[in-house]
Design a protein around this ligand. Structure first.
Ligand code: AMP
Length: 377
C-alpha cells in the first residue's frame, strides 16, 4: 500500500516509521515546494500534485492549513481520507464551532467578529473576560488575544483589524473565557466501516501556548464524556482516520476546545504506551484495515523537546526513557523531538519524571521541573 501524506513534517515522518513493518510505504507532499519527499530523509522523490496522486493508493494529511485547491484535487481522486471537508473544518474555527453546535457537543460560547461593531456585540453576547482567536491559521496559541475589560477593547482592535485585513476570508472568533481546572485530550480512530477505537485520555500541560507535557490518565467518568463527544463529532464528519479532541475540564465537566483532524502531539505517548500507536491506527483506518487495540500497556508521559537539538547522554541510561528526534534544523521554540517516559505503574512513572528533571535543563523543560517540584512538595 502506498500512502501520500499532505505535509512533510514530523507527523508524516512518524507515520512512515509506523507504516514500514506493515509494508505501508509513506511519501510526503510538501505543499510549499510542491514536491514529493521521503518523510525521513526529505530527499526529493518527485514533483507536482497530479503525478503524486496518480502514484499512490491512499492520500491523507498531517495538518489542516492546506490550500483548498490542493484538498479539492485530492478529494476528486476518491483516495483522500479523512475528507477535504474534515480538514477544512479543523482549519477554520468558524466551521469547527458550527460543527460542534450541530453535533450538540459542549463548547465555549462564541461570536464571530468582522468589524469593530461586531466586537461590541461579542462583548454583549459573551461578556468579559474573553479569548479572541483568528478563524484561520492559528495554532499553538498564535493569533490570540485576551480581553479582560470592555474598556480595553480599542487597545486590541487595531491588531485584530490588521489580522482580518491581512488575509482573505479571515475573521476573529470571540470565545467566553473558560475557567478550566486542567486541559485533556482524547485521540481516537474511526475506520471505513464506522468502527471506533479511543485511547485513554491525556492530561496536557502547555507552556506559552505550546504543549510541553502530556500524560495518559485513567479517569473513567471523564473518559466516558470524552468518548461520547468523540463519537458525535466523528460521525457528524463521517470521519475516517485518527481524530483528536482537545477539552477543557471544568470541575469534572468537559467542553471541547478544538478538534484536530489528524494524528496529534498529545497522542505521541501511544508510541510506547499503547498496544497500537496513533500513527499505525491512522494508517490502518485510511487504508481500510481493521483498527488496532488502543490498550494502555504501560504508564507513559510525553515531553516535547522545543528549540533544543541535544540531550544529556544520561537519558540513554534511564530505564523507560525513549527519545524521538524529528531530524529538523534547530530553531528557537521549534518542535525538534519528544521524549516518551514510561513506568510499570503510576508511582514509577512519577519517580522517573522526577529523575528526568534532575538531568534536563529547567529553562528548556519547565513543565518537567514543575512536575518534580509539585511531586516533592
Ligand atoms: P487553542 O489554540 O485554542 O488551543 O488555545 C491555546 C491555549 O489557550 C489553550 O490550550 C488554553 O490554555 C488557552 N485557551 C484557549 N481558549 C480558551 C478559552 N476559551 N478560555 C480559557 N483559555 C483558553
Amino acid at each position: 500500500m502506498r500512502v501520500l501524506v499532505l505535509g512533510a513534517g514530523q507527523l508524516a515522518r512518524m507515520m512512515s516509521l509506523a507504516g514500514a513493518p506493515l509494508n505501508i510505504q509513506v511519501s510526503a507532499y510538501d505543499v510549499n515546494t510542491e514536491t514529493v519527499v521521503h518523510p525521513l530523509t526529505q530527499a526529493v522523490l518527485g514533483k507536482g500534485l497530479l503525478s503524486a496522486i496518480e502514484a499512490c493508493d491512499v492520500i491523507t494529511a498531517e495538518f489542516e492549513h492546506i490550500p483548498h485547491h490542493v484538498l479539492d484535487t485530492c478529494e476528486q481522486s476518491g483516495k483522500f481520507f479523512p475528507s477535504a471537508d474534515a480538514i477544512k473544518t479543523g482549519g477554520d474555527r468558524r466551521i469547527e464551532k458550527a460543527l460542534l453546535e450541530q453535533a450538540q457537543v459542549r463548547n465555549a460560547k462564541y461570536h464571530v467578529i468582522q468589524t469593530r461593531a461586531d466586537l461590541d456585540k461579542a462583548i454583549e453576547h459573551i461578556g468579559t473576560p474573553m479569548v479572541l482567536k483568528s478563524a484561520l491559521g492559528g495554532y499553538d496559541g498564535k493569533g490570540q488575544w485576551r480581553l479582560k475589560d470592555p474598556e480595553l477593547a480599542n487597545n486590541i482592535w487595531l491588531e485584530m483589524e490588521q489580522c482580518i485585513e491581512a488575509s482573505d476570508n479571515q475573521s476573529i472568533v470571540a470565545e467566553e473565557f473558560v475557567p478550566f481546572t486542567r486541559e485533556v485530550s482524547l485521540i481516537g480512530a474511526r475506520g471505513k466501516d464506522g468502527s471506533i477505537v479511543t485511547y485513554p485520555l491525556a492530561e496536557n500541560i502547555h507552556t506559552d501556548g505550546v504543549l510541553s507535557l502530556s500524560t495518559a490518565i485513567a479517569d473513567p467518568e471523564l473518559q466516558q464524556q470524552a468518548e461520547q463527544m468523540f463519537s458525535s463529532v466523528a460521525k457528524s464528519l463521517n470521519y475516517v482516520g485518527v481524530l483528536a479532541l482537545e477539552f477543557f475540564d471544568v470541575d469534572g465537566t468537559l467542553l471541547v476546545n478544538e478538534i484536530a483532524p489528524r494524528v496529534h502531539n498529545s497522542g505521541h505517548w501511544t508510541q510506547q504506551g499503547a498496544e497500537t500507536c496513533q500513527f499505525e491506527n491512522h494508517l490502518r483506518s485510511v487504508c481500510g484495515l481493521p483498527l488496532g487495540s488502543t490498550k494502555l500497556v504501560r504508564e507513559t508521559a510525553m515531553i516535547n523537546i522545543l528549540g533544543e537539538d541535544t540531550l544529556p547522554d544520561e537519558l540513554f541510561k534511564m530505564p523507560g526513557c525513549h527519545i524521538h528526534w524529528y531530524g529538523k534544523e534547530k530553531r528557537a521554540g521549534r518542535k525538534m523531538g519528544h521524549i516518551n517516559i514510561c513506568g510499570d505503574y503510576s508511582g514509577e512513572l512519577q519517580r522517573r519524571l522526577c529523575a528526568l528533571a534532575n538531568v534536563l535543563d529547567s529553562q528548556a523543560f519547565p513543565a518537567v521541573h514543575d512536575f518534580a517540584k509539585n511531586f516533592s512538595a
